[in-house]
Design a protein around this ligand. Sequence first.
Ligand SMILES: *[C@@H]1O[C@H](CO)[C@@H](O)[C@H](O)[C@H]1NC(C)=O
Ligand SMILES: *[C@@H]1O[C@H](CO)[C@@H](O)[C@H](O)[C@H]1NC(C)=O
Ligand SMILES: *[C@@H]1O[C@H](CO)[C@@H](O)[C@H](O)[C@H]1NC(C)=O
Ligand SMILES: *[C@@H]1O[C@H](CO)[C@@H](O)[C@H](O)[C@H]1NC(C)=O
Ligand SMILES: *[C@@H]1O[C@H](CO)[C@@H](O)[C@H](O)[C@H]1NC(C)=O
Length: 367
Amino acid sequence: MLTSPLVLLASLGAGLVQAQQNTLDDLFVDNAPSSPRPYVIPHYANSHSVTIGPQLYRFPVTGPSSGYAFTLMGTNAPSSGNLGVLPHIHRRHYENFFALKGRFQLWAQKSGSEQQGRLLTQGDFGSVPRNTTHTFQMLDPDTEMVGIIVPGGFEDLFYALGTNYTSGTDTPYVPSVSQEAGSPSASIMSQLQKYDVYPETFKARRDFVNGSAPSHNTVWHTGSNELGEPARPYFLAGGYGPKYLSSEHGYQIIQPLVEPKQAQDLNYTISTISLSRQTKDSPPSYTLDGAAAFEVTEGALSIQIGDFPLVTIMTGDVAFIPAQVPFTYYTETAFTKVLFIASGNNSLDQQLISGGKQWDWVTFPKY
Ligand SMILES: *[C@@H]1O[C@H](CO)[C@@H](O)[C@H](O)[C@H]1NC(C)=O
Ligand SMILES: *[C@@H]1O[C@H](CO)[C@@H](O)[C@H](O)[C@H]1NC(C)=O
Ligand SMILES: *[C@@H]1O[C@H](CO)[C@@H](O)[C@H](O)[C@H]1NC(C)=O
Ligand SMILES: *[C@@H]1O[C@H](CO)[C@@H](O)[C@H](O)[C@H]1NC(C)=O
Ligand SMILES: *[C@@H]1O[C@H](CO)[C@@H](O)[C@H](O)[C@H]1NC(C)=O
C-alpha cells in the first residue's frame, strides 16, 4: 500500500529519510483506509456506504482504519412510521447514538429493568452497553444519527446486509417514496449471530410524554443528566450532562458522554468539546496512546496531524488520528464544537477534564 510508508514517516516525525511532502490530497480520502494512518473524510463522502431500504449508512472510521479501536458511522434516512431495525442485542459491541441533526427515537432495555425510550434531537446522546435490547426510529426528514461502536469492525454487518452505494452528488440519502423502514426480516435477523446481532422479543413502548418514556422519574430536557452505571443504558440530553472548563489554550468545555467507568474493559471514551477562538500562542501538541477521531458538529476546526498540512474541517467532517501521531487543533471561529472519540482511558478529553474544573454552563466566560 502506498499509505504505509507515509504513516511510518509521519510517526517517525523528523526526517531520518527525506520524506516526500504529504499533501492535502494525501490527507483527504473518500473511503476510510484499510489500515491506520492520518486522514480526513468530508461529510457525506462515500466511505464504504451502503443502503438498507431507504437508510443510507456511511463509515468514516472502520475497524481496519482504526486498528479495530472503534467504528464511527452516520445514518441518514427519511422519517419512518416503523422501527429502523428489529429489536436486538450485541454481546460484544457497545453501541452509542448521537443526534447530529433532526430527530429519532431510541429504545433500550436491560433484562429485568424497565424499558427506556427517548426522543433524541440535535446534541442528544444515548448509550447502549453490551447485552442491552435496543432499536430506533427515524422521525424527521433531515435526520442524521451518528453511531459509535466499540470495538471496531461492526460495519461488516452492514456490508453483508446492505447494497453498495455510489453517488455523483453525495446526497445525504436517496429520495425514495418507499415507506419501509429498512430492517431486515425476522428470519434474516435470526441468522446474524456471526455479526454479533441477536434478535430479542420486545415491544417498543409508545407512551412518550415530552420526549421520554417512562415519563415518571425521568429527567429529559428539564434538568441535569448523569452518565449511567457500568453496563446500564443511559441518555444525556444535549447540554444537560456533566461539564468541565479547560483554560489551557483559549477555553474548551468538555462534556463526557462515555467515561472509562462506563466503557469498562472496552477502554474508550467519548466527549463533546466546545472551543473558543484561540487567544494564546500556538496550540499545544498532543500525542495519544490510542486512536482518536474528531467529528465537527458545529463551526470549523483547524487540525494538523503528523507531517500533513494544516486543514480546516466543518460540520460532519471527520479527522482520524492514529495512536502515537502528534497533532494540534484549534478554531478561528467564535464557537466550534466537536464529537471526540478515543481509544484508551487517558485520552485528550480525560486530560482536559483532569486539568480543568467542573463547570455548569455550555458557554465559556466572556474574558
Ligand atoms: C461492495 O463494496 C465492497 C468494498 O467496500 C467490496 O468489497 C464488495 O465487493 C462490493 N460488493 C459488490 C456487490 O459490489
Ligand atoms: C453478554 O451475554 C452473553 C450471553 O449471555 C455472555 O456470554 C457475555 O459474557 C455477556 N457480555 C457481557 C459484557 O456481559
Ligand atoms: C410535559 O411538558 C409540559 C410543558 O413543559 C409540562 O407542563 C408537563 O408537566 C410535562 N409532563 C411531564 C409528565 O413531565
Ligand atoms: C484505565 O486503563 C488502565 C489500563 O487498561 C487500567 O489499569 C485502569 O484501571 C483504567 N482506569 C479506569 C478508571 O478504568
Ligand atoms: C487501552 O487503550 C490504550 C490506547 O489504545 C492502550 O494503549 C492500552 O494498552 C489499552 N489497555 C488495555 C488494558 O486494553
